[in-house]
Design a protein around this ligand. Sequence first.
Ligand code: TMP
Ligand code: ASP
Length: 261
Amino acid sequence: MKKGKKLYEGKAKIIYTTNDKNLVIQYFKDDATAFNNQKKSTIEGKGVLNNRISEHILSNLSQIGIKNHLLKRLNMREQVIKLVEIIPIEFIVRNVATGSITKRLGIEDGTVLKEPLIEYCLKSDKLGDPLIAEEHILAFDWATKKEIEKVKKMILRINDFMIGMFRGVGIKLIDFKLEFGRLKVNGKEEVILADEISPDTCRLWDSITDKKLDKDRFRKNLGDLIPAYTEVAKRLGILHEQSNVSAVNVTKLSSVKRKRK
Ligand code: TMP
Ligand code: ASP
């Protein structure tokens, strides 16, 4: 597979073309942003960990029948994915109230929701990803009723699976963000899971201590983001228990791999 030109650069990833028009390469950067790009930093090794964690989750989801864009991981920072037309909506799933919903609606932080709550945000950096209703999605043709129904069903299965997967390793899945894309298969349009699922896009709390093991460590200046993401990877069995992955080690691993190419 030949890597071509840059097709798109987002805040945490870059998409490159390949010699196959249906496939692209997704590159995980070390850049971290929050509050719609107002807070920015580079955290050495973050991209490597997100690449591995997202690969793990998406390949497990595909084993339970959730179609997604991942074909295979190429190296420490890159994956081959199917090129899809991204639906311009961020689908937020909440099991426990924290973050923006607590401020927006005055809900007490940590309130366990009696059912998963799905929220929709318009994917627009310019507008700060505003919260929208399903009616807006239909009114402005961002997705069809059929697509939304399909996505909602997928979301609830993904949530159930991920709650169980994380619970099994002593982590509470508080909330997360998903993106979906359209793909033409045999002339028929399908909606599949896209983007990434990682500690950048989920809130993950230790089951016993409630310690934050996700991007809130960056958002709230808690520090130790790499040790937290490494802990998630270790518990999921992606990294060996004894390997002490510091930012430096992750960078070393990634440069060794790069040299081998
Ligand atoms: P929020 O509480 O800030 O609305 O975030 C809800 C969840 O969505 C949380 O797990 C973080 C994730 N998220 C993203 O992945 N990208 C974003 O741009 C935002 C705002 C949230
Ligand atoms: N990724 C978003 C941004 O940069 C927000 C977030 O994850 O908190 O601004």
